[in-house]
Design a protein around this ligand. Structure first.
Ligand code: ADP
Length: 295
């Protein structure tokens, strides 16, 4: 059983040949609404990988909120601990241009109300094998969640995104930190991912740095570093690759797969997701992960 404490967002994606400058109006090509948010994405990845998953967080009492809840439930995520609050759901306003460049405005909406644990959350966290956390809800709740998990001996997995300084009490309650390369470098000021990973080990006991198409690097105190390559695939959309990786990794570790195997499993799932359009929509189900893993 995996618990996720984090964000749900509706991504409002506009495709244009060239993004408008201030004062300019342009005609775009396409508009899509895509359920997202790092918390929801990791929850969906974990559920599709075969775990029972509970999502803790909040959506607004608007149409987006209902659709976000439906999307989670459709992938088998339990939403009993996902609150519906007065006001808008979280949204991300994304403009994608023809060169694949993007600009994004995130409005936290309901995610911003998740600044403490609700009654009942402690019970779900305590019964989980792992609690997955990211930084798209107020830090106070992330800290409270991590400390609650720690108190119950539940493994905490933190994705430090959007990257920001991590308070000591959060680091003290984090078991596994999973930054991408940019986040690892930003957190440590080291430019080499290996050095960054080593520096992060001074703060938490286990670190996985994801390295895009290269794969991932695992380091733990007192163990040899592991480099696990990503399958070679042709990527069409890498949105949500990191969330697929983390959600799947947590499931594999909860099943007590050895670390190298768990990392390969996560890489297999992420490799499938980058070959398809969309974030959560592109996430694979367990039989597909196993087929890719065994390929
Ligand atoms: P994020 O999506 O958070 O920026 P990364 O770019 O490091 O993180 O990607 C996360 C994981 O997704 C990688 O460790 C890798 O397993 C997988 N991945 C990402 N891009 C590719 C790719 N082009 N080919 C295969 N796997 C990929």
């Amino acid at each position: 059983h995996i618990a996720v404490l984090g964000s749900t967002n509706m991504d409002l994606v506009t495709y244009v040949s060239k993004a408008p400058q201030r004062g300019e109006t342009v005609t775009g090509r396409e508009f899509r609404t895509v359920p997202g948010g790092k918390g929801a994405n990791q929850a969906i990845a974990a559920a599709r990988a075969g775990a029972t998953v509970s999502m803790i967080g909040a959506v607004g009492n608007d149409a987006f909120g209902q659709r976000l809840r439906d999307t989670l439930e459709h992938s088998g995520v339990d939403t009993d601990f996902l609150a519906t609050v007065e006001g808008p759901s979280g949204t991300a306003h994304i403009v994608v241009d023809d060169e694949g460049g993007n600009s994004i405005v995130v409005i936290p909406g309901a995610n911003g109300t998740v600044d403490h644990l609700a009654p009942g959350d402690e019970g779900v966290i305590a019964s989980a094998d792992a609690l997955l956390l990211q930084l798209e809800i107020p830090l106070a709740a992330v800290v409270a969640g991590a400390e609650t998990a720690r108190r119950h001996g539940v493994r905490t997995v933190l994705t430090p995104s959007p990257v920001q300084p991590l308070p000591p009490e959060l680091l003290a309650a984090t078991d596994l930190l999973v930054p991408n390369e940019y986040e690892a470098i930003t957190l440590t000021g080291r430019t080499d991912p290996r050095e960054a990973a080593a520096a992060l080990l001074d703060l938490v006991p286990e670190v996985v740095v994801t390295l895009g198409a290269t794969g991932s690097l695992y380091v733990a105190r007192g163990a040899e570093p592991l480099v696990v390559p990503a399958p070679r695939v042709s990527a069409v959309d890498t949105t949500g690759a990191g969330d697929t990786f983390v959600g799947t990794l947590a499931v594999a570790l909860a099943e007590e797969k050895p670390v190298r195997e768990a990392l390969s499993w996560a890489a297999a799932a992420a490799a499938i997701s980058v070959q398809r359009e969309g974030a959560s929509a592109s996430m694979p189900y367990r039989p597909e992960i196993e087929a890719q893993y065994n390929a």
